[in-house]
Design a protein around this ligand. Sequence first.
Ligand code: SAM
Length: 302
Amino acid sequence: MRNKRWEDFSEEEILEANIAKYDQDAIVQFYEDFDEPRYSYIEYEVIFTSVLETMRKKLGRPVRAVDMCGGAGKGAFTLKACQPDCQVTLVDLSEKMLEVARRKAGKNRLHDIDIVQADAFSFLEQDNEYDLFVYSSALHHFKDPIALLQQTAEKLSPQGMIISIADPNTLTMSRRYGFLQFSASDWETKKQVMKNKFGRLFGADTKQNSDMPEFDIAEYQTFTGIDDIAFTKQVQNIGLQPLIHLRYPAGEPYITRLLPYIGLYWAFSTVLHKDTEPGYQIYQEQMKREIATNLPFRIKYY
Ligand SMILES: C[S@@+](CC[C@H](N)C(=O)[O-])C[C@H]1O[C@@H](n2cnc3c(N)ncnc32)[C@H](O)[C@@H]1O
């Protein structure tokens, strides 16, 4: 892997890397142990509520939603909590992640979530239509998120929307972010980072090309981040309109309050709608106000 640049990997190879990664018991266990109420991600509730209420007004019927690459179900469960009558399909390529989702759904008595094992592109080849697609912490797992969204838009109803949430932007490449991440990491990770940086001192093989990723290709864009400003321009070329685009400091509650003071709005969320539905623009200002008011930390709109 280290002899090939990430740019040279194909979408299929990145999919293979994701399949291998989310088949690892240690990774799946992390999601199993993840106690959602303890780490309640308020931005999901606030953004989903605003979008679902707006869509409900336009549709006049329950929203048909897909939590795509939904893993252990955080997005799907939050959709149900925000609007219990919305119809939710949870899609993920990993059967092990979906097993965790099934257990958690049972524990939370959420018996009406449709759970489908499929990779995103295969799922989107099916003939169904939906009103809302959620990509939660997911777009960075794709080589070409724009191509994915183009295919997603084809399965949207005319009033349909797409929410992308909890993806990293390019601030993850800043020194400030690197320092913060280093400070918050455990000792083993710190050692690894030091080893990579000062390889010779620790006896590492320094002949390896330092441009090559040290991490698996499934996570490459976690480290580089996605250029979210370019992203919102590119989606317009495929007929999607950004209704809301915010940067925010994702993480545990105390971190989210502190990070804005050092400018680290390192995550982004975008709400997109189809060009064919200009009627949503009239809700834009109200939605932005609602979201900014209900979030307990500072955000930035773009
Ligand atoms: C970082 S996890 C996020 C899980 C969940 N959305 C959340 O917010 O907790 C990424 C998930 O995407 C899934 N995934 C990665 N590539 C995928 C693809 N091409 N199609 C479907 N699922 C994919 C993985 O199996 C994993 O469950």
